[in-house]
Write a protein that binds this ligand. Structure first.
Ligand SMILES: NC(=O)c1ccc[n+]([C@@H]2O[C@H](COP(=O)([O-])OP(=O)(O)OC[C@H]3O[C@@H](n4cnc5c(N)ncnc54)[C@H](OP(=O)(O)O)[C@@H]3O)[C@@H](O)[C@H]2O)c1
Ligand SMILES: [Zn+2]
Length: 343
């Protein structure tokens, strides 16, 4: 690649749905009022980046730079930004910020903010680049003991599983299953263990058992070796199944393992599946979704991870190798998160 001139940066800009993932030179963005510019150091490759790459929704606008697991350093402040300094280490996740004063924000419903509509890497440019701009309300402070590569996956895979589990209603000692051992799932297992749940990991095949046990799981169920719902029932029935898989069929196969009052908490964006209402109503069971978190939730996730030793297991790729990193994630072979590095 040619030398960068001072106003240009490297970025992976998707021109249109199904466009190529390749590095190009684009203008370095300027922070608008209320925004900061971040010198990106690392960015995780989340399965949700496929929404941008594949054009899953008509409201995703192009060209677009994906990436919503961002860790870096503040490089410039837009007008009116207070409380943040150039040089501070920060992270940005899926939630691209909020105004904090509209009616939805005042109810705590920050994702429905009436004034800021940014979803990082989806409706605003994200972290597959040397620099990005972000709303100051989207920033989380990074703890000193987490490197950028360690922190990046916590900004989506981490906060989503941590936040879902801490709001799931499960109590220490109760049976919590984590379905799927990918980017989200391998962090979900670690958080569930550290929160004191009797944690079960469920994945396809025997080969992930050793990794699941290394992550702290008390039990492992190979969903391809038998009926995973029966295996969960044999353990007493789950209070929560945290479903991180991309397959609705895989969720349908385990839901029968919910105990009384149990909830299947879906994080995975999967195809529809059917649930017998009689199964839900006869024991107060439910199916529920969970949507990421705010910048404060991310900061809580980072602090909890720093305190308890929860870490993402990563495979790092230089930004130039973005296509390889993305394909590795989509193949399901990554153990467990591909992370792009900029330096
Ligand atoms: N709710 C939210 O706010 C939120 C946030 C981030 C991501 N997501 C969504 O969460 C999902 C997981 O993201 P990720 O980054 O963790 O993905 P990932 O690393 O690619 O992992 C995908 C997981 O899906 C499982 N899987 C794939 N195909 C399957 C099949 N046919 N049957 C059973 N299991 C299958 C794999 O299970 P095995 O371990 O068995 O191989 C793997 O654990 C995606 O749908 C993503 O869009 C949602
Ligand atoms: Zn994500």
């Amino acid at each position: 690649m040619a030398e960068l001139n001072s106003k240009k940066m490297r970025a992976v800009q998707i021109a249109a749905p199904h466009g190529a993932l390749k590095v190009a030179q684009v203008d370095i963005p300027e922070p608008a009022a209320g925004q900061v510019r971040i010198k990106v150091q690392a960015c995780g490759v989340c399965h949700s980046d496929s929404l941008t790459v594949e054009g899953a929704f008509p409201w995703i606008t192009y060209p677009r730079i994906p990436g919503h697991e961002v860790a870096g350093v503040i490089d410039a402040l837009g007008s009116g930004v207070t409380g943040w300094q150039v040089g501070e280490r920060v992270g940005v996740g899926w939630n691209g910020g909020y105004c904090s004063y509209c009616d939805e924000c005042r109810k705590g419903n920050f994702f429905a903010c009436e004034n800021v509509h940014a979803i990082t890497g989806v409706t605003s440019d994200g972290g597959y680049a040397d620099y990005m701009v972000a709303s100051a309300t989207a920033l989380a402070r990074l703890p000193e003991d987490l490197s950028a590569v360690e922190a990046a996956p916590l900004m989506c895979a981490g906060v989503t599983t941590f936040n879902a589990l801490r709001n799931s209603g499960a109590r220490p000692g109760e049976l919590v299953a984590v379905l799927g051992l990918g980017g989200l799932g391998h962090l979900g297992v670690q958080f569930a263990v550290k929160m004191g749940f009797r944690t079960v990991a469920i994945a396809r095949g025997a080969d992930k058992e050793a990794l699941a046990r290394k992550l702290g799981a008390w039990h492992y169920i190979d969903s391809s070796a038998g009926d995973p719902a029966q295996a969960l029932k044999d353990l007493g029935g789950a209070k929560v199944i945290l479903a991180t898989v991309t397959s609705g069929e895989a969720m349908a196969a385990v839901i029968g393992g919910l105990g009384t009052g149990g909830t299947l908490l879906t994080l995975g964006a999967a195809e529809p599946f059917t649930v017998p209402p009689i199964f839900l109503l006869t024991a107060n069971r439910s199916v529920k979704g969970w949507y990421s978190g705010t910048s404060m939730d991310s900061q809580d996730t980072l602090a909890f991870s720093s305190l308890t030793g929860v870490r993402s297991m990563n495979e790092a790729f230089p930004l130039e190798n973005v296509a390889e990193a993305y394909a590795h994630m989509m193949s399901g072979k990554v153990r467990f998160r591909a992370v792009l590095t900029m330096e």
